[in-house]
Ligand binder design. Structure first.
Ligand code: NDP
Length: 498
């Protein structure tokens, strides 16, 4: 892989290989970055305009694929957070909070349309700042972000008929803190339902991926939202902490690590602030012996190697029924040899860069622990670029439940393979985790799908597919994966009183 040669692909049950005729070279097919104008320096988006931070501090955001600096970005301090919350309060009381739902909808439709119009720009910018392959930012992140605004625009004037009582009331000012794995999409997940229900927002993107949220600020300006309805304040964890602690915030919505989620819960205990937490996961992707194996292999690859495994609901534990474990693993390895790792802007790239050195170190640490604890490590031949942060797709077999790689969220392109004999054992192993965000089931029996879905303690269970998202479908977890739902009617409830 990554050496620009396509390896043969496995073919069916016969064990024969389907030759592609020749080992061919892929010519590079890079998306042009000219479509994006990245400013040298970004201020904070507060009260409907970009302003310099009162803190006077800036930090640099880099391209993780090349380590090249992209821009200097403002670090919001306590006074900046105060300004943003005050402008959100004012907008809530004077404009947005009083606006009829049908009017709010028009603004949300406008945002959705402008995201679509500027989709290529967003996709290139997201891949530059995050390191994810352009085919994912182009085909998943950006269209889904637009879809979230479209979907919630549709709800804005129908809330009185949604089962929340005749006059559902917004909560007020929402403080929203998001991670770096899906920067624009997570911003859309947070902003769209909050705005549709009449709340105003102060959003803090992650330190390593602020640029698409700042481009979204331009879109919000272009869509003409009343000043203060949305503020976007960049900064690191300190900014997030100030936002969470600010007494003018009525609701906190957080997506990120379980550790920070717990810290937030402690920080706001007793304040009366509402809270939703979407945290980590260690999902089981369960393959039964009657599953179509080639399809399952695609689902496993999509489950753990999509977005370099930086996905909270990633299928990071493969549970394979013992009778098919060996052929499944063989096919999986053959498939992984065809994945292409490299330049995120190349349209042929399947696996991009790891988002930060810190995350790369974490992945390296946990995979070293996997080897030390006795699991068998495998990666396809995979030369890594000399600069930037890279990690090859990695599979661990012979994993036992006590291994750290079976218990901890690695948040990287690393799959731990375990086996089971009976459905009961599969359920017991899948549920043997402090998390409870998602799971996958591969079988041709409908009755088994239903019974497994009932017994798996996970917020989302995919059947014969993986990592499918839709704004109409609620998403969220149990236990250490957090609480509250995002998306669908359930997601609206998180932003309404009652
Ligand atoms: P964090 O939970 O630290 O970051 C998520 C967001 O919270 C970021 O915007 C971050 O800011 C902000 N933040 C950090 N500390 C605080 C705080 N005390 N109060 C309020 N906000 C805060 O995740 P990391 O990016 O550090 O990643 C660490 C690990 O977390 C990963 O290795 C992965 O395992 C897991 N993770 C899980 C995610 C999920 O969706 N389940 C998403 C991201 C990470 P900043 O980035 O600027 O520090």
């Amino acid at each position: 892989m990554a050496g620009n040669t396509a390896s043969p692909v496995a073919a069916g049950e016969t064990g024969q290989e389907l030759s592609t005729g020749a080992d061919w070279e892929y010519a590079p097919a890079p998306e042009s970055r000219d479509i994006v104008t990245i400013r040298d320096e970004y201020g904070l988006f507060i009260g409907g305009e970009f302003t310099a931070p009162l803190s006077g501090e800036y930090f640099t955001t880099i391209n993780p694929a090349t380590e090249e600096p992209l821009a200097r970005v403002a670090q919001a301090g306590k006074a900046d957070v105060g300004r943003a919350v005050a402008s959100a309060r004012q907008a809530y009381e004077q404009t947005w909070g009083r606006m009829p739902g049908a009017e709010r909808a028009k603004y949300l439709y406008r945002i959705a349309r402008v995201i679509q119009e500027r989709a290529r720009e967003f996709a290139v910018l997201e891949s530059l700042d995050n390191g994810k392959p352009i085919k994912e930012s182009r085909d998943v992140d950006i269209p889904l972000a637009a879809a979230h605004f479209f979907y919630h625009a549709g709800w804005a004037d129908k809330l009185a008929y949604a089962g929340f009582g005749p006059e559902p009331r917004p909560i007020g000012v929402a403080g929203q803190v998001i991670p770096w794995n899906f920067p624009l999409l997570m911003a859309a997940w947070k902003l769209a339902p909050a705005l549709a229900t009449g709340n105003t927002c102060v959003l803090k993107p992650a330190e390593t991926t602020p640029l698409s949220a700042l481009l979204l600020a331009e879109v919000i300006e272009e869509a003409g939202l009343p000043p203060g309805t949305v503020s976007i304040i960049t900064g690191d964890g300190r900014t997030g902490r100030e936002l969470v602690a600010h007494p003018g915030v009525d609701k906190i919505a957080f997506t990120g690590s379980t550790e920070v989620g717990k810290e937030i819960q402690r920080a706001i205990a007793g304040t009366g602030k509402k809270l939703t937490l979407e945290l980590g996961g260690k999902a089981a992707n369960i393959v039964f012996d009657d599953a179509p194996l080639d399809q399952a292999v695609e689902g496993i690859v999509n489950g753990i190697f999509f977005n370099q495994g930086h996905v909270c609901c990633a299928g990071s534990r493969l549970l394979a029924q013992e009778s098919i474990a060996e052929p499944l693993l063989d096919r999986l390895k053959q498939r992984l040899e065809t994945l292409r790792l490299g330049d995120p802007l190349d349209k042929n790239t399947d696996i991009g860069a790891i988002n930060s050195r810190e995350q790369l170190d974490k992945i390296r640490g946990l995979t070293a622990a996997g080897e030390a604890e006795g699991a068998e490590r495998w990666s396809p031949p995979c030369p890594l670029p000399a600069k930037g942060y890279w990690f090859p797709p990695t599979v661990f077999s012979g994993v036992s439940q006590s291994h750290r790689i079976a218990r901890e969220e690695i948040f990287g392109p690393v799959l731990s393979v375990l086996t089971f004999r009976t459905p009961d054992e599969a359920v017991a192993k899948a549920n043997n985790t402090p998390y409870g965000l998602s799971a996958g089931v591969w079988t041709e029996k409908g009755s088994r799908i239903l019974s497994m879905a009932q017994r798996l303690r996970a917020g989302v269970v995919w059947a014969n597919t993986y990592n499918r998202f839709d704004p109409a479908s609620p998403f969220g977890g149990y236990q250490e994966s957090g609480f509250g739902r995002e998306g669908g009617r359930a997601g609206l409830a998180a932003y309404l009183h009652g």
